[in-house]
Ligand binder design. Sequence first.
Ligand code: C2E
Ligand code: MG
Ligand code: MG
Ligand code: MG
Length: 282
Amino acid sequence: EAKENSKNCYAMYTSKMHDKTLKALSMEKDLRNALLKDEFIVYYQPIIDFITGEIVGLEALIRWMHPEMGLISPVEFIPFAEKTGLVVEIGEEVIVKVYKQLRKWYELGIYNMKVSINLSAIQIKQHNFINRIIDLTEEMGINGENIIFEITENIGIYDLKHTINVLKMLKSMNIKIALDDFGTGYSSLSYLQKLPIDIIKIDREFIKNITKDSNEQFIAKLIISIAHSMSCVVTAEGIETLEQYNKLKSYGCDFAQGYLLSKPLPVEEIESMLILKKIFDY
Ligand code: C2E
Ligand code: MG
Ligand code: MG
Ligand code: MG
């Protein structure tokens, strides 16, 4: 009978599922290996003030420099890292890399750069998350004013009370909180009001057709007015054209991010851009 069973199993394993399982297993192994071999790198995308036109901050965006496959987008591996819990280690790696970069800039006399770091709900859910952040920030001598953590609307799915406590503790360290991809989730305004957020980022979905689609114009204006009435500032993501830029500026949107201004870049290229724009004044 056992033989019969294993025969059936074998038949099943040869199906597509087998491929998927194998792929997932090798992906998990590869991600662990990538951590060990230090294959993750951080790119930075500038965030611009609509009024002054100056770069006011950078978003840290992870990439995987795979020895054979080249640069891999986070879209390809972050969802998987979230499923396996590996996002906890990968996320901490990003925080450490950003902190090291900030230290380098401090040593050059640059103290005012603000870097946004994406956090996954699974990271915040860890009971020791806040202590790790407090320790790392202290050990590395990082000023909380230089840090913004980006969360998404699903941040409270595990434990809203715990999440709010963690966010409040981060804020007591002068760290700011941004709500990323806003408008794509299903959160109510009363839920939103419970989260101590400083910045709302309008998702690219609502920016795409903003110069044509009056429905999206309405949504963007509404998000900006809700955000302002909650004493939050607003960043528009994914601005690709001057038309989109001007439209959002006319709506009173505060900050701009998108390929029109700059793609995410490796740190060396970001540094030369900051020097050119006299943001870094050596
Ligand atoms: P996100 O946090 O919403 O980041 C913005 C994404 O939009 C980035 O994609 C950025 O490259 C892209 N983008 C910016 N401007 C434009 C534009 O004008 N047009 C278009 N088409 N795209 C634009 P990226 O770097 O591929 O990152 C994708 C997502 O991966 C991020 O979305 C974030 O959710 C996640 N991610 C990235 N780094 C990390 C990380 O360190 N930790 C975690 N947990 N998630 C991360
Ligand atoms: Mg983000
Ligand atoms: Mg986003
Ligand atoms: Mg997004």
